[in-house]
Each structure stands twice: as structure tokens, then as C-alpha cells.
Design a protein around this ligand. Sequence first.
Ligand code: TMP
Length: 210
Amino acid sequence: MRGGGKVLERGYLIAVEGIDGAGKTVNSMWLVRRLRKSGYRAAYTKEPTEGPIGKVLRRSLARRGSNPEIDALLFAADRLHHIRTFIEPRLRQGFVVVTDRYLYSSIAYQGALTGDRRWVELVNRYCVHPDLAVYLDVDPSTGLERKKRRRSDARAFEDPEVLRRVRAVYLELCAEGKMVMIPADRELREVRAEIARVVGERLGIEIRTG
Ligand code: TMP
């Protein structure tokens, strides 16, 4: 596995979450670059994955009329494969693993779409809990506006009404203390300063924002 630098005794798992167009990918990649520059071994990863289950999942999402219960099971299976083959081996080696979407995407999206958040949590029972989960909050209209400029596999989830329900579940998770909310409807520079502050405060990892 690539990456030199400060070796932590145990790694950390950081999940970056939000609705489509919230800025998860640019900010997760930035965080990994900054962690490496600050001397940590860090890895970027994302869900759905490019693994065997992730591929089936993407094909299913690209078709209209995918079924929310089946999607929930596929996302959970893809996640467990991701944990066993990618995340856990790196955590054992002291990496800070930054995942662009994770467990909370399933709770928010499939929870909203099936109307059964508890069942979604149950099928994800063997999922490793992250050390920190950050929720980048934007209004669904901002997210959709940003997303319009890019190709997407997930047409089914681009309905503003669906995104409003998804956002409501994310906000519930923040209120329960499971995620840290960062307003992301503002300058990238400000969002990043806030991410660095939260990572420092919660994990004791100092990163230079530069
Ligand atoms: P992406 O656009 O971040 O690649 O994600 C593709 C879509 O998959 C996105 O609309 C959110 C959705 N998704 C879920 O519905 N549940 C999940 O557990 C994950 C990881 C993603």
C-alpha cells in the first residue's frame, strides 16, 4: 500500500456525506491531499465502489424504476465488501481513510425512499462505524444546480422532493450527534477551514489548510 509519513497506531475512518452536488468529492480529495502534506498516510475511497457489487449497483441505478429495498441490500453488500477488502486493511496499517459517501448515505437515501430507516440500519449492522462523519449541508436546489453540469448515474435520486427527504434524514442524524454538520452553501475556502477544524477537534489530527 502506498504512502509514507507519520504512522498512527491505529487508523481513522472519516466519512464525508451530503446530497448530490454538496461538494463531497472535491472536499474529500482535498482532505486526503492535505493529510498527506501534513505527514499522514491517507487514502481516498468512495461508495458505490468500482468493485463487483458496485458495478451491478451502478447499472441498476442508471435504469429508471430501481427498487429501493433491492438498492438498500446492494449498497449494504457493496459496503461490506469495501470494508473487508479496502478499509479494514488500511486502518490496520494506520491510514486515515477518507470515504466519499458511506453508511449514512444508505440511511438517508434508502431510509427516505423505503420509509424504513430502522431496517436500513439493520442490514448495515456489520458496517464499521466511522471515527468521524461530516455532513456537508446544501439546499437541494444548490445541489441540483451544481449537479446539472455533470453526468450522473443516479437519475432516480435527482428529484428535488426526494432530495428534500434525504436531507431531512441527514439533519436528523446530525441532531442525534452521529454526524457533524458543516454548511456548504458558501466559499470552498470557508468549508475547508471548517473541515480542518472539526478533524483537529474530533480526532486530534492537525492539518494545514494552505
Ligand atoms: P455518487 O453520485 O456520489 O457517485 O453516488 C451515486 C448515487 O448513489 C447518489 O445519488 C447517492 C446514491 N447512494 C445511495 O442512495 N445510497 C448509498 O448507500 C450510497 C453509497 C449512494
